[in-house]
Design a protein around this ligand. Structure first.
Ligand SMILES: C[S@@+](CC[C@H](N)C(=O)[O-])C[C@H]1O[C@@H](n2cnc3c(N)ncnc32)[C@H](O)[C@@H]1O
Ligand SMILES: O=C(O)C(=O)C[C@]1(C(=O)O)C=C[C@@H](O)C=C1
Length: 241
């Protein structure tokens, strides 16, 4: 049973910028389940998609893997594969916990966990890469070069699975923000906790519109982009090389 997210319940003089530190890692399964509508589906469906696009003898990457939920979903979907799964995250706290979850699991191909900056770490011989609510935390000016490196390293017919919190036109944005707020309230967050989290992530999580995502994925080198899932302001895409 994961510990409950109470980070924003404790009194704060001021709300520091959000970071994936040990306190967040401790409550992360609870936090993301209660904060991202459809999160569990994006994890489960990443396994399904990976099984379709993985190619023998290649690498599958889970970039910004956190506790390795997508890593394990891909591993279980590729039980008898000779692929290698590589989970990368720059939070040591997250990776330590991911290692514990992995140690309890022995069902599928080899998995390596690497503590590194995904904007710097080499990507090679890839058939499937997942960015599950990660690109939104990368500085916008670095996003095209990261996606281009992924596309360059991806074999023909390979794929990128991208899930993101996205931005909308002004008229839709307020409706989506309200529904997201209602989702968080229904999951037990108070108005104050929601407001504090919004302040903490506003300079850290930078959402972009679907048009920006689609255009950039094509510019990076992916030939086809489809939206396969949406739950309020959280959307999942498949980009095929
Ligand atoms: C919302 S969490 C991702 C959730 C995870 N992909 C999942 O499906 O459970 C964002 C993760 O990206 C990681 N991250 C952010 N920027 C990174 C970077 N430049 N390099 C590596 N990891 C990064 C954070 O440490 C955090 O674990
Ligand atoms: O948009 C929000 O309010 C969120 O809390 C989103 C989000 C995310 O998309 O990763 C932000 C930080 C945490 O990882 C959990 C959820």
């Amino acid at each position: 049973m994961s510990e409950r997210d109470d980070i924003y319940t404790r009194p704060h003089e001021s709300v520091a910028d959000f970071e994936f530190n040990s306190a967040v890692a401790r409550v992360f399964p609870d936090m993301i389940k209660r904060s991202v509508p459809g999160y569990a589906e994006t994890v489960a469906m990443s396994g399904i998609i990976a099984a379709r696009y993985a190619q023998p003898g290649t690498n599958l990457y889970d970039l910004g893997c956190s506790l390795g939920a997508v890593t394990l979903a891909m591993r279980h979907a590729l039980k008898n594969s000779d692929c290698r799964i590589i989970g990368i995250d720059n939070s040591q706290s997250m990776l330590e916990r991911a290692g514990h979850y992995l140690a309890l699991d022995d069902d599928g191909p080899e998995v390596d966990l690497i503590c590194a900056d995904i904007c710097e770490h080499p990507i090679e011989n890839a058939s499937v890469t997942a960015l599950n609510f990660v690109l939104q935390f990368i500085e916008p000016e670095k996003r095209l070069s990261l996606l281009s490196r992924i596309a360059e390293a991806t074999c023909d017919g390979g794929a990128l699975i991208l899930s993101e919190k996205i931005a909308f036109s002004d008229s839709e944005q307020s409706i989506q923000d309200t529904l997201h707020h209602d989702f968080k309230r229904a999951n037990g967050y108070s108005d104050l906790e929601i407001a504090q989290k919004r302040s903490a992530i506003e300079n850290v999580l930078i959402p972009e519109t679907e048009e920006v995502h689609r255009d950039r994925l094509k510019a990076a080198g992916f030939s086809q982009v489809i939206r396969w899932y949406q739950c309020f302001n959280f959307v999942s895409y498949l980009a095929v090389k």
